[in-house]
Each structure stands twice: as C-alpha cells, then as structure tokens.
Design a protein around this ligand. Structure first.
Ligand code: IMP
Ligand code: MG
Length: 176
C-alpha cells in the first residue's frame, strides 16, 4: 500500500467526469428520442464509462460488448487491430452507438466503424469519453466527445497501462 506517492496526477476529476457524462446522456437521449438503440461497449477500457453513461440515457437500450486488441502492454498502438471478442446480435437496421474510452491515433475506431458499417445498421454513431485531436493519424467522425485532451498517455476510469490503474475514479496521467 506504499504506492500512494506514485498515484497518477489528476487530469479530469470525478465531479467533472460525472457532469459531462450527464450532459452527454441528455444529448443522446434527445437525439434518439422514440428509438431503441444498441449500445456497443469497446472492452476493456470503456467499461466504466459505459456503465455510467448508460444510466444517463433515458431510452430502451440493448447492450453489447466487443473487445479489440492493438496496444499490448505498450503506450503506442501496434497499428494492428484485432477483434478478440465479437458481439452476438445482428446489427442490421438497428441504431447503433459505439462507446469508446479514448480516441488516440483513430486506428481502432476507423477499423471498428468499417467493420460495424458492413453489418448494415440503420445508423452508426460514436461516443468517446476522451479524444486526443493532435494524435489522430486519420480523419475519424466522432459525434459525441466528452473531453478533448493533449497527447499525453492517460490512465484511470477504466483505462490502463499494462493492466494497472483501471480502478482509479478519475482520469490521470503519469509523470515521467
Ligand atoms: P487508437 O487506435 O490509437 O485511437 O487507440 C485506441 C485505443 O487505445 C483506445 O480505445 C484505448 O483503449 C487505447 N488508448 C489510446 N490512448 C490511450 C491512453 O492515453 N491511455 C489508455 N489507453 C489508451
Ligand atoms: Mg478503447
């Protein structure tokens, strides 16, 4: 328990996360009023964001989970995206929202958007808690963004570095 001195520094605290997630939930609820949505959680990093925002969306929601790997234990994407766990439901004619923790290079999202579009949903939008606009390596469309941040590597609130820090209640960064 002597790790407290090395805890990540706070970038976005719990109160700011909560307030922004309430706003995003309200916007999505209004945009999709009268529809049912399929909410797709991109594991592992999005699981806390997903469970919090779901409770702010006042719509009938069908939840699905998929898992991708591209980073391994590193801070930089390997550039190779693989679906390691796929969703079970057909998406044809459904209103689908993809929930991501963070968009960095945009590689993962671009791959996932193409993959899901091929399943012919009625609509496909993306909601990401965080986005690093300076790190993008390709243009991606993200309809709902929680916070734009700088290129630093962040952890906490579901996000990890080599499996650590996912349980932190805030988004933080590690000092070199
Ligand atoms: P991208 O393919 O480079 O956009 O990265 C996408 C995925 O990498 C995100 O969904 C995260 O799971 C992970 N990732 C990217 N940047 C960070 C970070 O700063 N901290 C933790 N995970 C990250
Ligand atoms: Mg992710």
């Amino acid at each position: 328990m002597s790790e407290s001195h090395s805890l990540p520094k706070v970038l976005i605290d719990e109160a700011k996360l909560k307030a922004r997630i309430v706003e995003l939930g309200e916007t999505i609820s209004q945009d999709y009023m009268g529809s049912e949505i399929v909410a797709v959680c991109v594991l592992n990093g999005s699981f806390i964001f997903f469970s919090d925002i779901l409770r702010e969306i006042k719509l009938p929601i069908h939840c699905e989970f998929l898992s991708v790997s591209s980073y391994g234990d590193k801070k930089v994407s390997s550039g190779e995206v693989k679906i390691t766990l796929d969703i079970n439901e057909p998406l044809e004619n459904k209103h689908v929202i993809l929930f991501e923790d963070i968009i960095d290079s945009g590689l993962t999202l671009s791959y996932l958007q193409n993959n899901l579009k091929a399943r012919r949903p009625a609509s496909l939008r993306t909601c990401s808690l965080l986005m690093k606009p300076e790190s993008l390596k390709m243009p991606v469309t993200v309809e709902y963004v929680g916070f734009k941040i700088g290129p630093e590597f962040v952890v906490g609130y579901g996000m990890d570095l080599a499996g650590k820090y996912r349980g932190l209640p805030y988004v933080g960064y590690l000092e070199q």
